[in-house]
Ligand binder design. Structure first.
Ligand code: IVH
Length: 680
């Protein structure tokens, strides 16, 4: 009898789910709702109430398991098939000249070679990646940390500029179209009480848990590049932008093909003048080498392509008064002076803090409390004091005394002598480089949970500070042993947010070796160096072993890891607190071995070194060819070397050393043959 009744309930429930699905499809996929909002909400409520009463009903189509209702997470994390990288910035002619020079050198082109660029206004919005399979929009991701994005398909689906189906010819079987989601200034005016600026409005609505709310915000989309693609047969960016238009995307009408630095600057000046007339925020111009073959050869360095740069518009400036100079203590112990200024509006943003960089900068500019100063703010860069108006200085003003003791822990401070530059560093540091200094420890933990490191959702800087105050955390490992009961009793924490935090923390116990190394915040070991180390060490135990017996031989010969980095790693492992932290983390975490996924395996881990001048290819390109094909570059002739590649006029000493150690000596053309490249 009960069973029969259950069946009836289930049938009734599934009927409702079916109708709900239809509503959703009309609303999100076709952008044509077939019912008004209140009928939609009523149906959803009925379904949820049924589920509450009869939990056995819940199925995967339920609104409680779909979008926005997950107790654990807002959005599902999805790995980008090709990482979404960022761009390096250029601010003036000199930066552009250097950018072009580097490209010409890398490609070993003639000095006067005229490169062709696609110059595209840089829209100040939020980037998104749209995956199309056989011309159909199947998934949309946010940038996330560049490696892993969030599945925001439903929200992107509300944007009319995003074609659900691609039109026209030459549609690849698979492509990931990338572009900017933004809000027009005229539309932003209507929302300005809710958000500080158009970018925030776009970001807030795109990451909205409820797509119905996103739908109400008039978001726009402009396409400009692609990530992964299959069967895309084109040879330059200009052709790609043309194709985008044919497929039904909007592209920027101010995109231009330009040659020569002078012409790039002319276009930059013209666009900056037009900036006010354009109905969306642009904060510069992106230059991309037009030719895809050259782009591919140039590749990437760190997080940014060698073949593109963002030429920012000039910064906004304002005048204000220094009320106070505060000394902040950073993660590496650096004492950074920050000017607290009379709040001033600079290009639409209220600024009340401006960096004074370091002790030497204060000394050089003789900056004092009470001074009238010029403050500059360039896009997302921290505002800075650039000049002092000495005429307006009060006669009684006193020189600023930079503290010689750490304002956080009272330890002595010091300025380092740089053996390479033979200069004393401009930065003063706290001698306490570990967890003994409160401010350093807090900054270390903030770094540990930051986006590029453990990326723990819900643990922002302010929360770390308040957890510290409440003695909930002292060391990185405490993040994984939080007292959730205590947290749920704190102001502003509800059941859902505590559950979310618990989920995020547990979720991040699996981490890659390179992110783990980066997260430790070892000085001079940024993301790039952490990757180099993890590629060499391959698994976490080898990293932990560095500290045992003080044996650092494993990392002596890595191209890119020099004396400064090695000394810093040695210092790190010689600190007992660090060893305790490592030991605790080792027990809690599952650190994944490093494996190369997307690279060609032609060179199968063999090691290379070059000597002499290569013909038609730069040393930098040769190095990146080795690395992109799973080979390794090492910086000394040793038993670890497999091949010494010789160009013109090789160094006799290196050849002799290689001969003595029985190392294979090959020519440039033999090397290129190994890579299936026809050599010159
Ligand atoms: S190309 C590999 N083109 O600028 C780099 N980016 O800092 C691919 N952006 O995250 C980016 N307009 O959000 C490119 N025409 C344009 C752009 C553009 C705006 C943004 C994008 C990216 C950021 C780079």
């Amino acid at each position: 009898m009960i069973k029969k009744n259950n069946l009836k309930i289930k049938i009734n429930y599934l009927k409702k789910i079916k109708i709900f699905k239809k509503y959703n499809e009309a609303y999100f996929n076709k952008s044509k709702p077939i019912v008004d909002d209140s009928s939609y909400d009523d149906l959803k409520k009925e379904i949820l109430e049924l589920e509450k009463k009869y939990p056995f009903l819940i199925n995967k189509e339920s609104p409680s398991t779909k979008v926005g209702f997950k107790p654990s997470k807002n959005f599902k994390k999805v790995k980008h098939l090709v990482p979404m990288l960022s761009l390096n910035n250029a601010f003036d002619r000199e930066d552009l000249v250097n950018f072009e020079k580097k490209i010409i050198n890398f490609l070993s082109l003639k000095k006067n070679y005229l490169l062709e660029y696609s110059a595209e206004p840089k829209i100040d919005g939020i980037s998104a990646s749209l995956i199309y399979k056989n011309g159909n929009f199947v998934k949309g991701l946010s940038r996330g940390d560049g490696v892993e994005g969030e599945d925001i398909t439903l929200n992107l689906n509300t944007i009319a500029d995003i074609p659900r189906v691609l039109k026209g010819k030459n549609i690849p079987s698979e492509i990931d179209i990338r572009g900017e989601v933004f809000i027009q200034n005229s539309d932003f005016k209507k929302l300005s009480e809710k958000f500080a600026n158009p970018r925030n409005a776009a970001s807030g609505s795109l990451r909205q848990k409820n797509p119905e709310k996103t739908k109400k915000i008039p978001l726009k989309f402009i396409a400009y590049t692609f990530g992964f693609s299959k069967d895309l047969n084109i040879s330059d960016q200009l052709q790609f932008l043309e194709l985008l238009k044919n497929w039904g995307f909007k592209v920027n009408k101010f995109n231009r093909i330009i040659k020569g630095i002078d012409n790039l600057i002319k276009n930059h000046v013209e666009l900056e003048a037009k900036r006010k007339e354009i109905d969306f925020d642009i904060d510069g111009v992106v230059y991309k080498v037009n030719d895809f073959i050259l782009q591919k050869r140039l590749g990437f360095v760190g997080n940014a392509p060698r073949w593109a740069i963002a030429h920012k518009f000039s910064a906004n400036k304002s005048i204000s008064e220094i009320l106070k100079i505060e000394i902040q203590v950073g993660r590496t112990g650096a004492l950074t002076p920050v000017a607290k200024i009379k709040p001033v509006n600079i290009g639409g943003v209220l600024v009340s803090n401006a960096t004074l960089h370091n002790e030497d900068e204060i000394e050089r500019k003789d900056i004092r409390v009470g001074d009238i100063v010029t403050v500059e703010r360039a896009g997302d860069v921290i505002p800075r004091v650039i000049a002092v108006d000495l005429k307006k200085r009060n006669k009684n003003s006193k020189k600023f005394n930079f503290p010689k003791k750490c304002p956080s822990c009272g330890s002595t401070t010091f300025k380092e002598y740089n053996k390479i530059t033979k200069k004393i560093d401009a930065v003063r540091r706290c001698i306490n480089d570990g967890y003994g200094c409160e401010k350093i420890a807090i900054e270390k933990i903030k770094h540990f949970v930051s986006k590029e490191a453990f990326n723990i959702d819900g643990l922002g800087k302010k929360i770390i500070e308040s957890f510290w105050e409440l003695k909930l955390i002292r060391y990185p490992q405490d993040i994984f042993n939080l007292d959730f009961e205590k947290i749920s009793g704190l102001d502003g924490w509800g059941k859902l947010s505590v559950a979310n935090l618990k989920y995020s923390v547990d979720d991040k116990k699996n981490i890659s070796l390179s992110k783990f190394i980066y997260s430790l915040g070892i000085r001079h070991i940024g993301q790039e160096n952490a990757k180099l180390l993890s590629k060499t060490l391959k698994n976490a135990n080898k990293f932990f072993d560095l500290g045992k017996n003080n044996n650092f031989e494993e990392i002596f010969n890595i191209d890119g890891i020099g004396e400064t980095q090695i000394n810093s790693i040695k210092d790190f492992f010689s600190n007992k607190k660090n060893l305790i932290v490592l030991n605790e983390l080792k027990k809690i975490l599952k650190i994944k071995d490093e494996k190369e996924i997307s690279k060609n395996d032609i060179l199968g881990e063999k090691t290379f070194m070059f000597t002499g001048k290569l013909v038609g290819i730069s040393r930098a390109e040769a190095k990146s060819l080795v690395e992109n094909n799973s080979g390794k570059i090492i910086s000394n002739v040793s038993k670890k070397l497999d091949f010494l590649v010789t160009g013109e006029k090789p160094t006799a000493r290196k050849i002799n050393e290689a001969k003595n150690l029985d190392i294979k000596i090959i020519s440039q053309s033999e090397f290129l043959k190994m890579l299936n490249i026809k050599g010159s």
